[in-house]
Design a protein around this ligand. Structure first.
Ligand code: HEC
Length: 331
């Protein structure tokens, strides 16, 4: 058996089988296991060395054994080596069976009588491998049709939708546990007392020097009015804190010293100043910030109630805007 497969095939096959098994069982994410964990590369190298060593040792032992035989023994050994093994015989028999062809000596039995200018036809059986493969496709086809077209099992589009929904759920789940992942696109106003308290502490340690404890402003602008230089709302405030203000104004980028979640906490805390009255308010700077993404309908309502002479036209405009906002939001 051993001498049927030469070692230059045996060693790579065994080696790659082991490597494949490792790859299958070691969870290494997107990268191959041996790159993710260099120790596996070391292990594989050892395995390779080991395999080659075994080949070498067994080959040498074979050789020594052979040399120690007398002439008669050598002849017997050679004869046994040359004889086809049982496995090889079995493979050949199975192969012939699968082909289903008659051996050339028996072709006389299946020759058809007609004769085209000396060309004759054999009435061979269909090769069994082909025939059974054909039956298998018929069975497959019936099962497939019943499953997907009669009983309406999930086709690939449904499967895609399901997996997509599952993945979305997993992302939501992940985001909940990984609060620290917030960035300017995902940040939302935090309302937990714990978060706001943390935000307050961060503000008191880092920000009061320029913005005052009550947000009234000093070197930095007043944070209590609805005027914003760099834009209000959680996203803009988060961005300002993370990236800093305009050059030379004194507001640095805090992303170097605060974690994302800390910036989200202090941003939420800063927004609490809105509408409060500080002891020494700095005069307003920047423009009144109107949040166009979320409270647009509220602002419109506010505007409507303030301007008494609301014509039907503006009302229509308003509902249009609301509708627009809703479609934007639902997208
Ligand atoms: C060294 C003084 C200084 C410190 C400390 C400081 N800021 Fe500022 N901050 C400023 C200045 C100056 C501006 C105005 C920047 C500009 O005009 O571009 C500003 C702007 C801001 C704005 C935007 C205001 C607007 O109207 O758009 C926010 C929000 C803010 N700071 C929050 C913070 C927070 C939170 C901290 C603490 C983590 C902090 N700041 C620490 C000086 C400071």
């Amino acid at each position: 058996m051993r001498h049927l497969i030469p070692s230059y095939i045996r060693v790579p096959v065994v080696f790659f089988a082991i490597a494949g098994l490792i790859e299958y069982f070691v969870d290494s994410g997107d990268q191959p296991a041996f790159i993710e964990q260099p120790v596996i590369l070391l292990f594989l190298l050892l395995v390779l060395l080991f395999l080659i060593a075994i080949e070498g040792i067994v080959g040498t032992m074979d050789n020594i054994l052979y040399q120690s035989l007398d002439e008669e023994g050598k002849a017997r050994y050679d004869a046994q080596r040359a004889a086809p093994s049982k496995l090889a015989l079995w493979i050949k028999k199975t192969y012939d069976k699968l082909k289903g062809a008659k051996p050339i000596e028996e072709e006389g039995e299946i020759i058809l009588d007609h004769n085209y200018d000396g060309i004759k036809e054999l009435d061979n059986n269909l090769p069994p491998w082909w025939l059974y493969g054909f039956y298998a496709t018929i069975i497959f086809g019936v099962v497939y049709m019943a499953r997907y077209h009669v009983f309406n099992a999930d086709d690939q589009f449904d499967e895609y939708e399901i997996e997509y929904a599952e993945a979305n759920r997993a992302i939501e789940e992940y985001k909940k546990t990984a609060k620290n992942l917030v960035d300017v696109n995902t940040v939302v106003v935090l309302t937990d007392a714990a978060d706001l308290n943390a935000g307050k502490k961060i503000f008191e340690v880092n920000c009061v020097a320029c913005h005052m404890a009550d947000g009234g402003g000093g070197i930095g602008p007043n944070l209590t009015d609805e005027h914003w230089i760099l834009g209000g709302g959680i996203k803009n405030v988060f961005r300002t804190i993370s990236e800093g203000g305009r050059d030379g104004k004194g507001m640095v980028a805090w992303k170097n010293s605060l974690k994302p979640i800390e910036m989200a906490q202090v941003s939420s805390y800063v927004l609490l100043f809105q509408g409060t009255t500080p002891a020494n308010p700095k005069e307003a700077e920047g423009d009144i910030w109107v949040d166009e993404s979320e409270d647009a309908s509220e602002t419109i309502e506010a505007q409507e109630s303030s301007t008494e002479d609301t014509t039907n036209e503006t009302e229509e405009d308003a509902t249009e805007v609301i509708e627009e906002v809703q479609t934007v939001a639902s997208n």
